[in-house]
Design a binder for this molecule. Structure first.
Ligand code: FAD
Length: 546
């Protein structure tokens, strides 16, 4: 069996290594257009920022190692230019010599990744406008950053935010321009407010709802004209507005590209030609939760898909389950992570969902160093089946989203989260872990033990409900929701006569816990009470996200 692999980084290199472990006799040719196979693209922003000082650390492995350990035929600085499906050959161009030659295959794997989007804006071809995809790009930005004082980043996605943190870390005056009204588009807006606020505190000039429309050279830099009419000046620009699957080889060979623009594959990662597989950022996959086609460029899926394709080439029935979009990003110690569908995605797809918010500490509050996180859980309102989760905070955010990711993949419900048995000692978690708490709250909502109201619904019911702030008078005096009256939880039993049973009551506290207790108390006394999910903390995040 002879396998030719196009692209030698995440998906391609994983497939090559797996293929060798399965088939000692196979001939495996891995063709990579760049100079380095299997480099750590995810580490590049941190090399630019100086956290990773030694560039060689980004070279996860070397051509020699791949040849010696895996007996791969690695051809760097060579590009696959076309596929002849009938002859089962590819044409390869050696980028060093310009020579072209043909290579036959029994199985072909396409792992060419995705290219940064560069819209045809005036001046975009300026040498001061960079994109970040490979080590050559990283070197160029690294060199530019060393002698720069001002940078503009276009795009507030993963790469834009990571670059913002790293350029600020280097001491550059940094502006980030984002077309949307929030950073990190896959998250729900309120969940990334704390990260946007922290970046701003650290000096990032964040321009939300703004778009670049032209670039022009200045005497010693570049100017960025925004659609608002404002002009920004910088030494260089990093363009990070998304990536586009590399599908030109596939389309020229008549392989089917799906509605999201990626190469269409089946669960074995086979294209419409059974001898050609495709993996990674170049393919369109099925969203694990919604079942819809999606294009989610992440390293984990690319690596797993590479393994699955290699398995299938050698007769194993490995199948890709779909992509959940489990992702994480951190800047200056603030961490945002998510898995599954967001609320806005549920709305877009017409999937009925309920949500709850909570703000637990990452470990027992009495043990020093507890950090608060915000969790949002999305679930089916009737069955309680999990649809997605998002978290923002510090320590422990990664662990909770990873637990939710597995729960989601296992098809679990909020009732299963109530029963989750997780590792606990005071410095690591709580006897009732944030995951259990999310389960208790969400299960209580599904069982209608404690109805909830959401912050965005308050405007619609204003004047028709009694809004009670059950925090202490001192908390109340520092700020509350318009129209709220203060009845601290500990006084509530003695002040029930101040409330009317003719009007629904919405209780809230700082994070939702005292509001929950108030709701239970009031309901047992015959009031139509509900709790404001996530309390004043979520309400403020939602106000800030508007
Ligand atoms: P790639 O890893 O991009 O590899 C494709 C390779 O194919 C390229 O090296 C390209 O040169 C080569 N190629 C293309 N066409 C040809 C051709 N015709 N002939 C020969 N070679 C060809 N994901 C995460 O999950 N977490 C992160 O923290 C994260 N951080 C990232 C940070 C940055 C700056 C970038 C750029 C990406 C990051 N990603 C992250 C995304 C992740 O790196 C990709 O999802 C993953 O690498 C995709 O794997 P792939 O094999 O599809 O493509």
């Amino acid at each position: 069996m002879k396998i030719v692999i196009v692209g030698g980084v995440a998906g391609g290199a994983s497939a090559a290594a797996r293929a060798r472990r399965l088939a000692e006799e196979a001939e495996i040719v891995m063709v990579e257009r760049g100079s380095d196979p299997s480099f750590a693209n995810c580490g590049m922003p941190y090399y630019i920022g100086g956290t990773i000082e030694d560039r060689s650390k980004l070279l996860v492995t070397s051509v020699e190692r791949l040849e010696n350990r895996y007996r791969l035929d690695v051809r760097v600085r060579q590009s696959v230019e076309s596929i002849d499906r009938e002859a089962m050959t590819v044409t390869i161009k050696n980028l060093s010599t310009g020579e072209r030659y043909e290579e036959s295959y029994d199985k072909l794997l396409l792992a060419p990744g995705a290219a940064p989007i560069r819209p045809p804006l005036p001046g975009i071809d300026s040498p001061r406008v960079y994109t970040l995809r490979n080590l050559d790009d990283a070197d160029r930005i690294h060199a530019a950053a060393e002698k720069a004082s001002h940078a503009v980043i276009i795009g507030g996605g993963f790469i834009g935010i990571e670059m913002a943190e790293n350029l600020l870390h280097r001491g550059l005056n940094t502006t980030l321009v984002e077309l949307g009204n929030q950073i990190l588009g896959p998250w729900d807006a309120e969940m990334v407010v704390p990260l946007a606020e922290l970046l701003t505190e650290r000096g990032l000039q964040l321009r939300l709802g703004a778009a670049a429309e032209a670039f022009a050279p200045t005497r010693d830099g570049i100017s960025v004209k925004l659609t608002s009419g404002d002009t920004l000046s910088a030494d260089f620009v990093v363009l990070a507005i998304g990536v586009k699957p590399e599908t030109s080889l596939a389309t020229a060979a008549g392989l089917v590209v799906g509605e999201r623009g990626g190469i269409r594959v089946n669960c074995h990662m086979q294209t419409n030609d059974a001898n050609i597989y495709a993996v990674g950022d170049a393919v369109e996959v099925t969203d694990f939760v919604s079942g819809k086609p999606v294009q989610i460029p992440l390293a984990g899926p690319a690596n797993r898909q590479g393994r699955i394709a290699a398995d299938h080439m050698f007769g194993r029935d490995s199948q890709y389950r779909g992509t959940q979009g489990t992702s994480i990003i951190g800047a200056f110690g603030k961490i945002a992570a998510m898995t599954g569908l967001s609320e806005k995605m549920c709305q877009r797809l017409g999937i009925g969902c309920e949500k709850i918010y909570l703000h637990p500490a990452h470990h027992a509050g009495y043990y020093p160093g507890a950090e608060q996180m915000s969790l949002k859980l999305l679930f089916d309102p009737t069955s309680g089946k999990l649809l997605g989760g998002q978290a923002i905070g510090g320590l422990g955010v990664d662990k909770r989203i990873d637990v939710l990711a597995i729960a989601l993949q296992a098809g679990m419900t909020v009732f299963d989260l109530e029963e989750a048995e997780l590792a606990y000692a005071p410095q690591f978690g709580s006897a009732k872990d944030p995951i259990n708490m999310a389960g208790f709250i969400a299960a209580g909502v599904v069982r209608v033990d404690h109805p909830i109201v959401h912050s965005h619904q308050l405007d619609a019911v204003a004047g028709r409900v009694t809004l009670i702030d059950v925090r202490t008078p001192s908390e109340f005096s520092e700020g509350t929701i318009d129209g709220a009256v203060n009845i601290p939880l500990d006084e509530l039993r003695g002040r029930l006569d101040e409330l009317s049973k003719q009007q629904p009551v919405v209780a809230f506290c700082k994070v939702g816990q005292r509001g929950y207790m108030a709701t239970r108390l009031l309901r047992q006394h015959g009031f139509a009470a509900s709790n404001l999910s996530g309390g004043y903390t979520t309400w403020r995040q939602i106000q800030s996200a508007r």
